[in-house]
Write a protein that binds this ligand. Structure first.
Ligand code: NAD
Ligand code: MG
Length: 394
């Protein structure tokens, strides 16, 4: 068998590291063409040492220069490139057949969309890409014949629970609804008063999953589930009312598909992202992921309704989905700005939802036909949200 040739966008992040962990378990099965990161030179140097990619990309020119020196000292022959343009180059290079899209935020959009246009097999972790550019992205996938495999554990579970030949027709497949499970995050049982006082340290301490900081805060606010509702809408061609959210604090049932005959098919597993990553890397074969077996004896699985009053971000995401157009791009950009400020200690936890509501009020309703429209909505929202957060702080 010819090895699959991989580019890992966001290799130095949590998903990137887990991806390379699975790759390393299957010598000869994968060949790493390119690895990319933003600023973490030490980790990228280590990854180059182990995986010997042909190209390494660092976002920051200074980081690229430092990496180049480091690799030259050690005699490791890897071509180092810098900047956003280089991300697109390695995502579309003709040698590459598979792209793991694991950059965090809308920053991942241009390269991920380019990979879609180039007809690659895309392992999609970067949910913000679909939230911002859903229709455009899915059109690009359809036009090029790219293959899209979801990495987000919920969407991967739904993908596994749908018929293999599912093409977005709920009626034909007898599908009634998609059920996204949510852990409820670290603030699930806190009062609204306690949530208002939440610190970044509390927000990033997720009970079940180890993840990057941004998605950890999104999990605490339930915005992560909101983004996933929008992601599911596009991935599976679901109408908003066909997407349900249920809180399942144990994170064992990763999501479910409800069928017309009353069957509900779920995918379960130990909460470890290497399972969906291995599923997508090996697809359609099942390959080892290094994940401990699921131990069900003596475990309780519980389910409860999400509380949109204490977690308004989830409601805002449903609102943005209903509004259509540029609203999801606005929601996403406002969230990215507010979460970064919250992590810096410069905004309260509740300011995240407030900023998003403000941005949607001001900017939703604009055009979203082209990539430029969406990038413009993203830019405007970042400006408006930055100003808003300064104003409410003063
Ligand atoms: P992370 O913060 O750990 O890693 C992010 C990666 O993106 C790093 O390699 C970083 O260097 C790179 N990056 C950041 N900003 C960049 C920029 N401006 N340009 C280029 N590269 C940049 O994040 P993560 O937890 O690995 O999440 C990555 C994506 O996967 C996110 O979209 C997240 O929502 C999604 N996801 C993550 C998990 C998880 O368990 N971690 C689960 C489901 C989905
Ligand atoms: Mg998820």
């Amino acid at each position: 068998m010819r090895p699959r040739v991989l580019t890992v966008l966001g290799a130095t992040g949590t998903i990137g590291v887990n991806t390379l962990d699975v790759v390393a378990r299957h010598p000869g099965r994968f060949e790493v063409f390119a690895l990319t990161g933003a600023t973490q030179v030490d980790r990228m140097a280590e990854q180059c040492r182990v995986h010997r990619p042909r190209v390494a990309v660092m976002n920051e020119p200074a980081a690229a220069a430092a990496l180049r020196d480091r690799l030259a000292e050690e005699g490791i022959a890897v071509e180092v490139r810098a900047g956003a343009g280089a991300l697109t180059e390695v995502a579309t290079a003709p040698e590459v057949d598979t792209v793991m899209a694991a950059i965090v935020g809308a920053a991942g959009l241009p390269a991920t969309l380019a990979a879609a246009r180039a007809g690659k097999r895309i392992l999609l972790a970067n949910k913000e890409t679909l939230v911002v550019s859903g229709q455009l992205f899915m059109d690009a996938v359809a036009a090029s014949g790219a293959e899209l495999l979801p990495i987000d554990s919920e969407h991967n579970a739904i993908f596994q629970s749908l018929p293999r030949d599912f093409r977005g027709d709920f009626q034909a497949a007898g599908v009634k609804a998609l059920w996204l499970t949510a852990s409820g995050g670290p603030f699930r049982t806190l009062s609204a008063e306690a949530i208002a006082q939440a610190t970044p340290e509390q927000a990033v301490a997720h009970p079940n999953w180890v993840m990057g900081k941004k998605i950890s805060v999104d999990s605490a606010s339930l915005m992560n589930k909101g983004l996933e509702v929008i992601e599911a809408r596009w991935l599976f061609n679901a109408r908003p009312e066909q997407i349900k959210v249920v809180v399942h604090p144990q994170s064992i049932v990763h999501s479910m598909v409800e069928y017309a005959d009353g069957s509900v098919i779920a995918q379960m597993g130990t909460p470890d992202m290497r399972t969906p990553i291995a599923y997508a890397l090996g697809f359609p074969e099942r390959i080892a992921a290094g994940v401990p077996a699921l131990e069900l004896m003596g475990r309780q699985l519980t389910f409860e309704a999400p509380d949109m009053a204490r977690f308004p971000c989830l409601k805002l995401a449903f609102d943005a989905l209903a509004a259509g157009g540029n609203a999801a791009a606005v929601l996403n950009a406002a969230n990215e700005v507010a979460v970064a400020r919250f992590l810096d200690g410069a905004a309260s936890f509740n300011a995240i939802a407030d900023s998003i509501a403000h941005a949607l009020d001001r900017l939703a309703g604009g055009m979203a036909a082209t990539l430029d429209d969406l990038l413009e909505a993203d830019r405007q929202t970042r400006r408006v949200t930055g100003d808003y957060l300064e104003a409410i702080r003063a």
